[in-house]
Design a protein around this ligand. Structure first.
Ligand code: GDP
Length: 350
């Protein structure tokens, strides 16, 4: 009947849509998160953060921390598909004269982008002179040990059911998890994951986070991960602001595609952001009309970097942002994206 006719004409109309139109449609219907949903997720994260501050001040008044704060794509308008995760940054205060950072390329592990944090002056300031000496392993500050301190607290001694019932959320620590994560159910059908991310800000401004290296964990156990997130996100945004560009839109579409297709889960926002930043060095046209062209170019650039097994960080070219992928993962990602080049719309049908 009438419905069938409408549907088939709708089908024909859809088939005529260009990639450009489809990308914008995908952006509006799948990628972008309604403002209200984002606000609810932010509120839940803020409530938890406030509770944790109160708890830590009361329970461990002498732990040298700066104020915890929330961060991540949910706060930069770069989260996609669902508002479901945030990071709770926990900045540790280190005594300048007692700790120094050593770049990963100067260590036996030889991994740029990771750092060791060495305890100094032990002869004059013996063990226990610094609060964080309790997390020292073999002369270095161990991110794993720092995480364990918080894990004991957060998973062990906080009465989450009680706090949850006051806030009207269901809160539970996720175990096991690679980092320390809280699951917060803030609506019947809405969950938010809040990652605890201990952070060191070194004297020269370098940010190091306690997020372990994915591979050969034991050998790399003491390594802190340098975070470029703040700077790379700011640069992307600034470039868009200068020319009214579509880089952030392009990033969000790509993030959504990777979030929705299991074969691309291993690609993270930092890799996508940096690929766009590198493209921006040579490509000038980021007008809204060029979204489809830039999206295809992004896919091609990723295939190229995967073929080379190397994606330099735009803010620190020694860092290889693919260094935590196995050879097999690199091959699989490369293959999936290579196939997508001839059918990019397939990526949007997930
Ligand atoms: P998304 O999770 O893909 O939406 O991307 P985000 O831009 O929010 O990045 C979050 C990821 O980056 C998490 O896995 C963090 O562990 C990692 N990360 C690295 N440095 C930082 C940082 O300075 N802040 C936050 N929030 N996350 C960081």
């Amino acid at each position: 009947g009438g419905c069938g006719a409408t549907q088939s004409s709708l089908m024909r109309a859809r088939m005529r849509l260009s990639l450009q139109e489809r990308l914008w449609e995908f952006y509006q219907t799948r990628v972008n998160i309604p403002a209200e949903e984002q606000a609810m997720a932010r509120r839940a994260a803020l409530d938890i953060c406030a509770e944790l501050r109160v708890f830590l001040h009361a329970k461990l008044p002498d732990m040298p921390l700066r104020e915890m704060y929330l961060s991540g794509s949910l706060y930069d308008d770069l989260q996609v598909v669902t508002a479901d995760h945030a990071q709770l940054m926990v900045p540790l205060i280190l005594e300048k004269n007692l700790w120094s950072s050593i770049p990963g390329e100067d260590t036996i592990m030889n991994v740029p982008g990771f750092w060791l944090v060495r305890r100094e002056n032990l002869e004059y300031f013996p063990r226990s002179s610094s609060y964080w000496d309790r997390c020292m392993v073999g002369g270095y500050l161990s991110p794993k040990s720092v995480l364990e301190v918080f894990e004991k607290l957060v998973a062990g001694s906080i009465n989450w059911p009680a706090i949850g019932s006051v806030l009207d959320y269901i809160i539970r620590p996720v175990v096991p998890s690679e980092t320390l994560t809280l699951e917060v159910q803030y609506e019947m059908d809405r969950k938010l994951y809040v990652d605890f991310l201990p952070l060191l800000v070194m004297e020269d401004g370098t940010s190091l986070i306690a997020k372990p290296h994915r591979l050969s964990a034991e050998r790399n156990e003491n390594l802190w991960r340098q975070s470029f997130r703040v700077a790379e996100t700011a640069r992307l945004r600034a470039l868009d602001q200068e020319d009214g560009g579509c880089r952030c839109t392009c990033l969000k579409v790509a993030k959504a595609v990777c979030k929705l297709s299991p074969a691309l889960h291993r690609l993270n926002s930092s890799q996508l952001t940096n690929t766009i930043l590198l493209l921006s060095e040579t490509e000038g046209d980021w007008t809204q009309e060029a979204l489809a062209d830039r999206f295809l170019q992004l896919l091609r650039a990723l295939v190229g970097h995967l073929e080379a097994g190397r994606l330099p960080c735009a803010l620190g070219p020694k860092v290889n942002l693919f260094c935590e992928l196995t050879e097999q993962e690199v091959d699989e990602l490369g293959y999936t994206l290579y196939c997508a080049l001839s059918d990019p719309e397939g990526l949007l049908r997930t």
